[in-house]
Design a protein around this ligand. Structure first.
Ligand SMILES: [Zn+2]
Length: 528
């Protein structure tokens, strides 16, 4: 049955990702690459304008509300807002949203792009913390075409106004396709497209609706990688790869969090309702890869610092009169140069206007640049490989869970984990090193990605995910229920009440599972 347009209830959504072969990108065959890059830059600029607006809005809000009242003990109290204050705040909201729309219009972005930036900004504002400015350089760039009501795959292979896909050579290269995304209109209101070649290693399912298509550009050292991402919608349940009547049963509880163990980095501990238990450990080899990336990074930093020191020494040795004015001007803020990019920029400028006596120093700078570029590419490729490997491990683990169980229990968020490792830092160096180490492991564990992989596969396969608000899963003894206190960096703990010795992550998984069984048996009783 074909999935009709617009009349069906919202279905399940999946993402199909296709790589853009790098050769055509570099050979300049990527039609409209400059158009895409310009739109990506406009999106970044718009985001930054919105961040400024957000800051102004927060300040204005504070000014209207005045300081928060404080009670006798100095605690902040809830504000009681007067009708007048509320009216002022409503006026401010109105003014801000008017300004948002103005900025979107002024940005020059095509509407799907400013809509997406605006939506992302709205979401980011609701999260705690300040919004960050984005830099144009070194970021993933994105352009999108939105097909809000959905476009059938068949129509996408036609002459649609927003998205066109075609196979330029279907007989010889059936997997090669060209995707054109609309990025604007010309003066006669005809669509302007950006076209990217992709390799369609798997076809778009014919019974889908295409909801949006994005082109992404990821920096990879001095190169770039492009990909095209389709968001597809289908009737709920139809994405599953495993028939729904397959024997999937029972539930499994998953304690997600990172912890260094002898054979790697443990990122999850699981326990099922038949008492089976296990761990997901990122192997030592992965940690070594990441450590190599770190070493390369710090090695590059060292080389950079040395080169900069040598350059500064040379500059101060050469009398003001001997060096050209542009060089003095260019290097005015050299004391603040933190990134290799500054030096690369200087060198480029310098090679355009060589002068007598600069041979040795320019040769040194060029040698540094060649070496740095090599190290940078090496570092970026290695990081890329490691991330790819981790993603694969997480996918396989998640698929395995979804194959076996009908229900997956997880903790609310890694907050408990954060608490386990991020103890309030004393002004103690050893302590700070521990915290730095913990942060490092948090980054390389990427448990967010694990949770996402589990979520994706469970959504697709129709496996229930139960997210538990896990307040005491770590502190409570799963054997006797005693609430324990101890330094949570200690993995093992002996219960002060029943004397059971347990690994705190296994204990947490056991508690989670218990919460789940308690919950479901309660529900069954209620149903009877
Ligand atoms: Zn106990």
């Amino acid at each position: 049955m074909a999935y009709g347009r617009g009349n069906a209830a919202p279905g399940a959504v999946r993402v199909y990702e296709y790589g853009v072969p790098s050769a055509p990108v570099h050979r300049g065959l990527l039609e409209g690459r400059d158009l895409a890059l310009a739109e990506m830059r406009r999106r970044v600029d718009l985001w930054n304008r919105l961040v400024e607006l957000d800051q102004a809005d927060r300040e204005a809000r504070e000014a209207i509300m005045g300081p928060a009242p404080v009670d006798a003990e100095g605690k902040r109290q809830r504000r009681q807002l007067s009708t007048e204050t509320k009216a002022q705040l409503a006026a401010l909201d109105g003014e801000t949203s008017r300004r948002v729309n103005e900025l979107c219009q002024e940005s020059g972005c095509y509407w799907p792009n400013y809509s997406e930036v605006k939506a992302a900004w709205g979401q980011a504002r609701r999260r705690p913390g300040e919004l960050r400015f984005h830099s144009r350089a070194g970021r993933v760039g994105k352009i999108t075409t939105l097909l809000a009501r959905g476009l059938s795959v068949a129509d996408a292979f036609g002459e649609h106004g927003f998205l066109r896909i075609r196979h330029p050579n279907p007989e010889q290269h059936p997997r090669d396709a060209l995707v054109s995304l609309r990025v604007g209109s010309d003066e006669r209101r005809r669509p302007v497209f950006v076209t990217l070649p992709i390799v369609m290693h798997r076809p778009l399912p014919a019974d889908c609706l295409i909801k949006s298509v994005s082109a992404l550009r990821e920096p990879l050292a001095d190169r770039e990688r492009w990909k095209v991402v389709f968001v597809l919608e289908r009737q709920a349940g139809t994405w599953a790869t495993q028939a729904l009547d397959c024997p999937r049963q029972g539930s499994v509880a998953l304690d997600v969090g990172w912890r260094r163990v002898p054979d790697g980095l443990r990122v999850a501990v699981w326990r099922d309702d038949e008492g089976r238990t296990g761990e997901l450990i990122l192997p030592e080899r992965y940690l070594e890869q990441r450590a190599t990336v770190e070493r390369l990074q710090s090695h590059r930093q060292t080389l950079y610092n040395e080169t900069l020191t040598a350059l500064r020494a040379w500059l101060s040795a050469a009398a003001e009169t001997e060096r050209p004015a542009w060089l003095t001007e260019d290097t005015r803020h050299i004391a603040q140069w933190r990134r290799p990019g500054r030096l690369v920029w200087l060198l480029r400028h310098w090679t355009e206007q060589r002068f007598k006596g600069d041979e040795a120093i320019v040769a040194m700078l060029e040698a540094w640049q060649r070496r740095d570029l090599h190290l940078w590419q090496f570092e970026a490729n290695l990081r890329d490989q490691a991330l790819h490997w981790r993603r694969e491990m997480y996918r396989v683990f998640a698929a395995d869970l979804a194959r076996r169980y009908a229900s997956v229990q997880m903790e609310d968020f890694d907050l408990s984990q954060v608490a386990r490792i991020m103890r309030p830092a004393k002004a103690d160096q050893a302590e700070n090193q521990l915290v730095a180490k913990a942060r490092y492991y948090r980054v390389i564990a990427g448990v967010y990605e694990l949770r996402q992989a589990i979520r994706n596969v469970c959504d697709r396969e129709g496996v229930e995910i139960v997210v538990q608000a896990a307040t005491n899963t770590t502190a409570q003894c799963a054997h006797c229920g005693s609430l324990e206190t101890w330094d949570h960096r200690e993995l093992w703990h002996t219960c002060s009440q029943c004397g059971t010795r347990w690994d705190q992550d296994h204990n947490a998984a056991r508690n989670l599972l218990e919460l789940a069984t308690a919950g479901s048996s309660g529900a069954e009783t209620a149903a009877e």
